[in-house]
Write a protein that binds this ligand. Sequence first.
Ligand SMILES: Nc1ncnc2c1ncn2[C@@H]1O[C@H](COP(=O)(O)OP(=O)(O)O)[C@@H](O)[C@H]1O
Ligand SMILES: [Mg+2]
Length: 407
Amino acid sequence: MAGNPRILVVDQDFETRAELQKGLVRAQFVVIGGVGYGAEALSLAAELKPSVVLVGVEDPPARALQTIESLTELLPDAPVLAYSSQKDAESARRTVVAGARDYLTKPLKTDEVVKAVQNALSQQERRRALTSGDPVPGLRSTGMVITVFGAKGGIGKTTVATNLATAFVAMNAGSAVIVDMDTVFGDAAMMLDVPVEASLVEAAERVDELDREKLGGLLVQHETGVKVLPAPFEPVDWRNVSAEAVEKVLTLLAQTHDFVVIDCPATFTDLVAVALEKATVVLLMTSLDITSIKDTTTALKLLSSGINNEDKIKLVVNHATNANSLGEEDVSKVLRREVFWSIPYDEEIAASAQLGAPVVTDRPLSKVSQTITELAAMLAGVEAGYSDNHHSNGGASSGLLTRLFKR
Ligand SMILES: Nc1ncnc2c1ncn2[C@@H]1O[C@H](COP(=O)(O)OP(=O)(O)O)[C@@H](O)[C@H]1O
Ligand SMILES: [Mg+2]
């Protein structure tokens, strides 16, 4: 809010008004006027556009209440605070019903009035930000952004992205949205069997008119509760989609969801650059075949030079087929990087995918579900309900957690 709050005092009683004005001025507020009820108050308010209006309400309250009602209609962005010598609940209730945001009782103490004004203003600012799409003060501004990237197709990026997001919701770690950024083979919506009504492209194109609520309306919800912002049904030329717009969409999503999981294409595009930049953690997926490892080596080089925090890149080995030519140790050696998480080959994935169901909820006891759930638990910082784990890291220890977020 620019400058000091500008306050209008509305009270029939001149002395109360003058007393209150004096106190407010001493507290560094700008009092732009004092006036009686009714038309006089309304025309002055319309002219001066105060940031807050204080209205005295005494018996009989009708005119004061009427004035409050009209003021809140006239200036919906200016909170109206009432004060009165009536201390009973019914008087307070009817004043609030008329539109007052607060009800102070006499004798008025300056510091209480000041606090009430400040509260009303910060509440107003939050409301404004919530509906405008601007950052909301005091609102946890970023959910965790998890970017699932890999240099090849068919290595399980979409499988991991959709199941990870589902696992967050299933374990009650918070809300989750999957953003499908795969420019051509976007199939997160298909994997979850949800319809594609609007897509990331539409969200980006309309970003200037989108607030959190409207953006929420573009998401589809899977029966597990996971939200999806799909890729367009028909492949489109994503070069026309502005990276800044996508950035803003991701920011809005991170303000309204605890986890934003981005399913990336296998290529470096401007949009992928945004997804990597925005990421709290990048899961760099590789399978164990030679070409995947070669491509991952290249990807790592590119990523390391282009990313703001190299430490957030975590190598995830997915045994996407049961015919692998290399072992995990070889991969680790070749890539000169620790394997952060390892996902076993599991035919249950395909069986669940056939049904349009994420394996973590469809077959929660399968090996792969347990591994992905543990990964989700670790990322979310909560304990998964499984004791025996099959991945190479020996479970979600707090040591790992510290290492993951050491910067
Ligand atoms: N760990 C795994 N075990 C068995 N099948 C897997 C595994 N990971 C992925 N798949 C299968 O591999 C195929 C490609 O996976 P997908 O997630 O679409 O890869 P990407 O998004 O990288 O192209 C899918 O049919 C999926 O069911
Ligand atoms: Mg995919």
